[in-house]
Design a protein around this ligand. Structure first.
Ligand SMILES: [Zn+2]
Length: 109
């Protein structure tokens, strides 16, 4: 399970990112409504919670990216790269597509 790179799974990280945004809203809503000392305490507690959520995202909502360093030129001089990604939480997989494939898919819609 040694990926070239890691990034957030768009599906698995979504609820955690929503929680991060809500915590920011809680803090913003309290601005000027509580004392400065209370605000700092709240901010400190929220920062600790956000750190825990970011760790959960890192541990449980990350996708491994493979083939990032695996590319070559074929006999016709085409640049070939096959990057893929897999989330080990939801088991969703992605495969890279070329710019031409992407344009063809958009034209078909
Ligand atoms: Zn996922």
């Amino acid at each position: 399970m040694s990926a070239d790179e890691w990034m957030e799974c768009p599906d698995c990280a979504k609820p955690h990112n929503t929680r991060l945004k809500k915590l920011d809203q809680v803090l913003a809503n309290c601005y000027d409504k509580i004392t400065a000392k209370q605000y700092r305490t709240l901010q400190c507690n929220i920062d600790k919670l956000k750190e825990k959520i970011r760790k959960i995202i890192e541990d449980k909502a990350s996708i491994g990216i493979y083939g990032v360093h695996d590319y070559y030129f074929d006999e016709q001089g085409n640049f070939i790269s096959k990057v893929s990604a897999k989330c080990y939480t939801c088991n969703k997989e992605w495969k890279s597509i070329s710019k031409e494939e992407s344009l063809r898919m958009m034209a078909r819609r």
